[in-house]
Write a protein that binds this ligand. Sequence first.
Ligand code: FCB
Length: 444
Amino acid sequence: MPQGFLAFPQGFRWGTATAAHQVEGYNTNNQWWQWEQQPGRIVNGDTSGIACNWWRNAEADFDWMVTLAQNAHRLSVEWSRIEPREGHFDEAALERYRAMVRALRERGIEPMITLHHFTNPIWLEEQRCWLRADRIVPLFRRFVERVVRALGDLCDLWCTINEPNVYAVMSYFGGRMPPGLTDMGSAITVMQNLLVAHAAAYEAIHAIQPRARVGLAHHMRYFQGLRPHLFLDALVARVIDGIFNESLLLALLRGRWHWMLWRGAPVSARKLRATLDWIGLNYYTRQRIAFDHTGGQALFGTLVNTPGVIMSDYDFGEIFPEGLRYFLRKLARYRLPIFITENGLPDADDDLRPMFIVRHLRALWEALQAGCDVRGYYHWSLVDNFEWNEGWRMRFGLIAMDWRTQQRTPRQSAFLYRDVARANALTPEIVQAYTPELFSQVFA
Ligand code: FCB
């Protein structure tokens, strides 16, 4: 191996990640579609509309994946299409998903299927089922069984729930996602129920498909006190880290409820233990926290940007690859395979993304050298897509897309990522071609 060649393990998965509602188009039967129609909910009044037209023609983008030398893709199925009314399953929708997953396989792309990625059928949302374990757990389980029976011959890599912490916090406490509640107690209940629903799905999938590999995508954010000398900043950051980052791992891997989740929990956490075959890490950024004696946004903390650093578009986040290495090393302690199920940034003109990718892949490579068992990396995302309450303005795609014309134009980063996937390595040629300014850092 030439010196300075950062090779990845044989069979490493290079992919991208998407979510049904963000790419399919016309998901009119879920709570997000309803939310988008309400004035003031989405930036610029955007709606998902036709999105990236995947329901009709995901295959066009699957061809792009081939062009970009991808061997993996993480996509999600839309509950509101599959079970449009409670207890009524739509075989045609399942057939469409079969066709999509088959189309991936035919192109040599291994699917990872997410079963819940933020969206719910309207009937389920109207009954506020996520607030009631006795409702949501059997409903989710039945839905999952249906999907696994329909797609199980084409897929064995399942991601039960995307970012339980983000969903619970943003939808029930932050008010930014439907149903737009701002109640900490509800967020805690939903978090508990998401974890219990995950465990039920884990069991159900294995009962149908004993060889299945089941995990979930956990969003971890590197919380750090703003002012290094202030003990209270560090303390609040630590408390928030415990709830947001650690509580899920504690429940699903150690069988213990975090002190914030313990009260009113529907089951003993011991029942949740060992319900992960792998851990999915969604990693984006570092978040600084300042102590605020008036209460702050939550738990006496106010979220602030690190002063003086470059942020991606619209102050979305600081580029902080050290956080990826930190979390990988932390997760490696659980001795399970790890997938990086999301990592990316909004960057319409692509002036930061090449640097972002190279620095994060370097951090990932370092983690691999340190013995972390990382099996794959799914960049968020393949094409620009409907970014929830940010609508169309945040552009996460390796491929730019004008959503009105559906015109795709690959960004430079797409070719960088293709070259890495092809070589299964970060080579001096690649770094020299796309990010020469990083050469000495990467190959130090
Ligand atoms: C994650 C979500 C994903 C996408 C990215 C930018 O939190 O899982 O759907 O919106 O952020």
